[in-house]
Design a protein around this ligand. Structure first.
Ligand SMILES: [Zn+2]
Length: 414
């Protein structure tokens, strides 16, 4: 395993996964490693303004050549990319590592492309193309991300064990142009449903501490909720242009954030912090943006519909072994109490999410998440104080050993 040499840890950047145990074993793996090294260089704050696809391509070729020379003589016995396949898409191509894509539900592939186009539109620029490396397992010898992480993005590459991985897509489709604090805030704002929703405690609300952490190799997760809130705050109060202008600055400490805010907005960190502290205390779940709200097939209450949570069924995202995710839009014409009823003959355990598509600024005026378990009996899930409007009703089935076909109904309660 020493054939690929050691990394220079001082050069590591946020999106440069560690390879201590992942020797690069064939040409495709070399590509991964080369891209990572290149990504770390291009993520440096001084390079941000000068990135272009042409430069990336040129530098990647140079680095690839170097890596091919370095890696000659590697053993070729562990890396799954020996059976690499590609599924082309309009924004990104998906590389299947060691599988033929069959473990992954079909609807997720188009949902990924749609999410990429949607995020690019929100960012106000054409989507950047990238290579989506889809692994069956993080135990794969070629898994390029840090241990303990569910995915990573760097330069023009992304690695994940599911599709769509909305958080990483939100990084990659924009070319990762921001300092860490802002980059992670944006990616979480446009990230996956259910992930760290309302139950993720805000571990810190100290913007200075978060700015200092922005200079670390990886932004610790405890700062993500604050990062989302700060990005949403910037978008609402300074607009997309303000956020982009701040992204051009070097932010790796409280001092540099102070300088950046002064330069871009003419306000000190103290001034902006005071304003930010009075920002409404939206949760991450409320702030998370949801493309599903733009759908047009809507059931009005009282009403019924079917949900078939089976990999391969229309609209179902996920993997054969789960979790499986499906949503439906419901219009509640009057505010009040409503009951959502499920009827099924099989055992199930689902996470349920209800999101009002009306927002104040970037925050949904209602977001709730519940865990629901049932065994061959109808379930009634009651929600109180629901504002009127269109909602995304979304289910996540954890254990997909058995298909779950639900007959749904919604009506006022009691
Ligand atoms: Zn991220």
């Amino acid at each position: 395993m020493a054939c690929c040499g050691e990394y220079d840890s001082e050069q590591q950047e946020e999106f440069w996964p560690t390879y201590a145990e992942n020797c690069m074993l064939d040409s495709d793996c070399q590509l991964v490693r080369v891209a990572l090294k290149f990504g770390s260089v291009m993520n440096g704050p001084h390079d941000r303004k000068h990135r272009s696809n042409r430069v990336k391509s040129l530098a990647a070729r140079l680095l690839m050549t170097s890596a091919l020379m370095l890696a000659s003589g590697c053993e070729r016995d562990e890396c799954s990319v020996l059976s690499r396949q590609v599924r082309a898409g309009d924004v990104f191509n998906v590389s299947g590592h060691g599988h033929d894509f069959s473990p992954f539900c079909d609807a997720g592939f188009e949902a990924g492309q749609a999410h990429a186009r949607w995020v690019a539109e929100a960012w106000g620029e054409p989507p950047a193309s990238f290579d989506y490396q889809l692994f069956e397992s993080r135990d794969d010898a070629c898994w390029p991300c840090r241990s303990g992480t569910v995915g990573c993005a760097w330069a023009t590459h992304l690695a994940a064990t599911d599709i769509p991985h909305r958080h990483e897509i939100a990084h990659s489709v924009r070319g990762l142009p921001c300092p860490r604090l802002l980059e992670e805030g944006w990616a979480e704002l446009y990230g996956a449903h259910f992930t760290n929703g309302v139950y993720w405690p805000p571990m810190t609300d100290d913007l200075r501490e978060a700015a200092d952490a922005s200079g670390l190799t990886f932004l610790p997760h405890k700062f993500y909720p604050l990062a989302v809130k700060f990005v949403a705050f910037l978008l609402e109060t300074r607009g997309l242009d303000g956020l982009k202008a701040l992204c051009e600055q070097k932010i790796d400490s409280a001092e540099s954030l102070d300088s950046a805010l002064t330069k871009v907005f003419g306000q000190s960190l103290d001034d902006v912090s005071a304003e930010f502290d009075n920002y409404p205390p939206w949760t991450l779940g409320q702030l998370r943006q949801d493309q599903a709200c733009e759908g047009t097939a809507i059931t009005s209450a009282p009403g019924t519909w079917s949900m078939n949570l089976e990999c391969g069924a229309p609209g179902v995202e996920g993997r054969e072994d789960g979790p499986l995710i499906l949503h439906h839009l419901v219009d509640l014409p009057e505010p009040g109490e409503y009951v959502f009823s499920f009827d099924t003959s099989v055992n199930f355990f689902v996470t349920l999410q209800l999101r009002n598509c009306t927002s104040e600024g970037l925050a949904s005026i209602y977001h709730e998440r519940r865990f629901v378990y049932g065994y061959g009996t109808p379930k009634n899930v009651v929600f109180s104080d629901l504002p009127a409007g269109v909602y995304v009703f979304r289910l996540e089935l954890q254990d997909a050993t058995e298909p779950l076909a639900l007959e749904m109904a919604v009506t006022t309660w009691p």
